[in-house]
Design a protein around this ligand. Structure first.
Ligand code: FMN
Length: 203
């Protein structure tokens, strides 16, 4: 059935939103592969950046991103462990705005190791820079050459030490669907200890 015809009830809308996110995690051509993650800055002003959606666990409402433990976003999210994620899929004319509670995986757990293994050497090298992301640099620098990330165990270890998984638990999801035939908007909230609540909103 035409997707537009199915998106008239909360169950179908939520299933569709999760499918879009799951596609975002496995397909770099998907709009939702590129999430804008907004945080409360250490100066209390808003901050935001693009992160690649790595993994989605629908049943537990979890979204995972790979990042550098030395980065400003780590400090910001440690102080205020809430993020607003904005994802957009043009083909589906859908925007998701997600409030999520955030925690970091720094233990040497299986999930973190799996994410590191899947990270290409060109990206892994960025985690092995001696100085933290965001610091002033004397020249364009990106860490050891990609081939070192295969052969040089010191570079590999340095990179892995700084690598962490950001785990976001979805607490509120704002779904906005904007086909040319008419816009629709719904909101879903999972308050701790209570059932999920869904409601329509004017778009
Ligand atoms: C297309 C794109 C994808 C990116 N993916 C990631 C990512 O998956 N993880 C990450 O830490 N930074 C990623 N970045 C870089 C971040 O946007 C950001 O510049 C960097 O993490 C530093 O952010 P911070 O200073 O807020 O901590 C990406 C940037 C772009 C443009």
């Amino acid at each position: 059935m035409d997707r537009n015809q199915t998106l008239w009830d909360f169950t179908s809308i939520l299933a569709d939103a999760w499918s879009l996110l799951e596609r975002g995690a496995r397909d770099s051509a998907a709009g939702m592969h590129y999430a804008v993650v907004a945080t409360r800055g250490l100066d209390d002003l808003p901050n935001a950046r693009t992160l690649l959606l790595w993994r989605v666990v629908r049943e537990q409402r979890l979204l995972y991103f790979c990042t550098d433990a030395r980065s400003p976003k780590h400090a910001e999210l440690t102080r205020t462990p809430w993020a607003l994620l904005v994802c957009y899929e043009r083909e589906a004319a859908t925007q998701l705005r997600i409030h999520a509670h955030v925690r970091f995986h720094r233990d040497d757990d299986a999930l973190r190791r799996e994410a590191w293994r899947e990270t290409p050497p060109e990206t892994r090298r960025v985690f092995a820079t001696p100085v933290a992301p965001g610091h002033a640099a004397p020249a364009p620098v990106a860490g050891p050459p990609p081939q070192a990330m295969h052969a040089d165990s010191a570079a590999e270890e340095a990179g892995y030490r700084n690598f962490e998984l950001l785990e976001a638990t979805v607490a509120h999801l704002d779904w906005l669907y904007m086909p040319s035939t008419g816009h629709r908007r719904a909101a879903f909230t999972w308050a701790s200890g209570s059932e999920m609540e869904a409601r329509w909103l004017y778009p």
